[in-house]
Design a binder for this molecule. Structure first.
Ligand SMILES: Nc1nc2c(ncn2[C@@H]2O[C@H](COP(=O)(O)OP(=O)(O)OP(=O)(O)O)[C@@H](O)[C@H]2O)c(=O)[nH]1
Ligand SMILES: [Mg+2]
Ligand SMILES: [Zn+2]
Length: 334
């Protein structure tokens, strides 16, 4: 994207800086340039992208800014204008909330790895969320994994179910970490995964995303809060996605809790492709346009009915998402 604003030839890159959008708490953007942070605004009209997003600039975006005032001791944030958004390597998106069908919300741009955080209890594991998240990560080409947090709450009645989900997703090639910010279990594993440069944590409210960021980076003191004892849901404490710089370079990104991972942009025809274990069967169905739903002689359905290698729950999840992409109601995020 470029701006309409014509750049004077004399100004030719002089005084321009390149930075990363680390937060967007309102109609402005916090842009980090080295160790400085600017409070930046868009000036001039940005050309609209082909498809509309609710947020033309997302956290994680690389931008060129023109500083107006420099950071100082009395005003730690300088002010600046954003004059250009650099092309993204990728983005993680969800369906925009509200009644704006088809509009996407960019959760974060330019990430190297995305984790969906789930708690095993309070709130309980939500495989539907996981599968929608995986579909979006596969669609955008972002390597993904799962964090099962609150491992300290694991008791015998749910142990087997949690273990089987862990095996299922690990078997599909998605790393699964079991963590507890209360006992410290798995926090070392999480820290050693953060060498992957820029990592985002997403998931429902109250699962412990901010707590995990605090556990991995105790110096940050990110705000967290109790899950409601009445609804057993989180209280949407984190309200803005935020990039926290890591010592080794790159960022760790905290995001607000999502109610659902609403799917955008995916057609019913391509959906099966984002279920990795379906791929070997996709050319084997009797009908080339098979939707693996009800059709006779469907190789996917056969692989479910034979007891493998496709797990029935994943197929049911596929059918559920298929119905929502067909009806254009990929469900809403927050
Ligand atoms: N038992 C247990 N509680 C945890 C664990 N991790 C976090 N919690 C608690 O879960 C609650 C919610 O944690 P947060 O870190 O605020 O959750 P969040 O995912 O950031 O929620 P939002 O910002 O609303 O999206 C807090 O009361 C935490 O203390 C854990 O490993 N075990
Ligand atoms: Mg939070
Ligand atoms: Zn089929």
């Amino acid at each position: 994207m470029a701006v309409d604003e014509t750049r004077e030839s004399t100004d030719n890159d002089a005084g321009l800086e390149t930075g990363v959008v680390i937060r967007s708490p309102g109609s402005w953007y916090e842009v980090q340039v080295g160790s400085d942070v600017y409070r930046a605004q868009i000036r001039g009209k940005f050309r609209l992208e082909e498809r509309l997003a609710t947020n033309p600039i997302a956290v994680g975006d690389r931008v060129t800014i023109r500083p107006e005032t420099n950071p100082s001791e009395s005003a730690p944030h300088g002010s600046a204008l954003i004059v250009e958004i650099h092309e993204r390597t990728n983005k993680l998106t969800r369906r925009a909330a509200g009644r704006r069908p088809g509009l996407e919300h960019v959760i974060v741009a330019n990430v190297d790895f995305a984790w969906a955080v789930q708690s095993i209890l309070l709130p309980k594991l939500n495989p539907g969320f996981i599968d929608r998240f995986i579909v979006m990560a596969e669609y955008h080409g972002i390597p993904a994994g799962l964090i099962f947090n609150k491992a300290d709450l694991l008791t015998d009645p749910i142990r087997e179910a949690v273990e089987s989900y862990r095996e299922l997703y690990q078997g599909l090639g998605y790393p699964v970490l079991m963590t507890s910010t209360k006992t410290g279990e798995g926090i070392g594993d999480l820290q050693s995964q953060l060498t992957r440069k820029t990592t985002v944590l997403t998931g429902p409210s109250g699962v412990g995303k901010s707590s995990l960021i605090n556990a991995a980076r105790p110096d940050l003191q990110v705000r967290t809060a109790e899950v409601s004892s009445r609804t057993r849901k989180g209280r949407h404490i984190t309200s803005n996605a935020t990039l926290y710089p890591l010592d080794a370079g790159g960022f760790l990104i905290d995001t607000p809790g999502l109610r659902e991972f609403g799917i955008v942009d995916i057609t019913p025809e391509e959906l099966a492709h984002y279920f990795v274990e379906f791929r070997p069967f996709l050319g084997e169905c009797r009908f080339p346009n098979c939707t693996h739903d009800h059709e006779p002689d469907c190789a996917v359905i056969r692989a479910v009915e034979q007891g493998g290698p496709i797990d029935e729950e994943r197929w049911l999840s596929y059918l559920n998402i298929l119905a929502s992409v067909r009806h254009g109601d990929g469900d809403v995020g927050r």
